[in-house]
Ligand binder design. Structure first.
Ligand code: UDP
Length: 195
């Protein structure tokens, strides 16, 4: 694993293609893999937020979602290869999931958004299975039920769209209980699919 540290945050030096290959491997594994796509703003938040810093350090893949990280890497002579955005990565992953008949679950966004996004995704990525979704405006006491719903859905991939750093913390909090192969924090990407 080739990682570069930007202000103590380890970022994987991958290309988009390499990132997808890594995600495919994660999907074939039998434990939960945690994937985040921080931008420079989140790297700055992690300077003050020790919990977020630890979560990023413990992630299985951290993708540089922001040209600022590539510029910082170049200035310091570090080895980041190219920008790998959350939404591009999600796009490639959805395509792969469609081809392989893998199932996905969306947690987050405003009520109603995930339904529309799911319909659009089913049309665009033929073969994909939408295992379920839940909006992102829940109370803490609802979380065990949400985890049960995710596990009961049999989803291979969980996309968490709560905004950063909420989504990273949510994945970390429930990582021992989640049965999917891959949990990825993708911010507002789901809003993009809802159009
Ligand atoms: N969001 C959510 N629950 C919250 C806060 C935000 O589901 O408590 C959703 C919001 O509706 C949006 C997504 O998180 O769909 C991303 O929010 P934002 O644009 O603030 O985050 P970013 O993409 O900048 O990380």
């Amino acid at each position: 694993r080739n990682q570069v540290k930007i202000l103590d945050v380890p970022i994987d030096a991958t290309t988009q293609g390499e990132a997808l290959n890594q995600l495919k491997l994660f999907l074939e594994g039998n434990t939960l893999k945690k994937v985040y796509t921080p931008n420079p703003e989140i790297v700055m938040v992690a300077q003050e937020d020790q919990e977020l810093l630890r979560i990023l350090q413990e992630a299985d893949l951290v993708l540089p979602d922001g040209i600022g990280l590539i510029i910082a890497s170049k200035m310091k002579g570090l080895g980041l290869k190219e920008r790998v955005t959350g939404v591009d990565t999600m796009d490639r992953l959805l395509s792969y999931c469609g081809a392989k008949g893998k199932s996905i679950y969306f947690l987050g966004s405003k009520p109603g958004v995930a339904e529309i996004a799911s319909k659009n995704i089913e049309e665009k990525y033929r073969g994909i299975k939408i295992a379920g979704f839940h909006h992102g405006y829940f109370k803490e006491e609802d979380e065990p039920e949400i985890v049960e719903d995710i596990n009961g859905s049999g989803a291979d991939v969980l996309f968490v769209c709560l905004g950063a750093p909420k989504q990273e913390k949510w994945i970390d909090k429930h990582k021992e209980k989640l049965n999917c192969r891959l949990a990825m924090g993708v911010g507002g990407s789901i809003d993009v699919y809802a159009g």
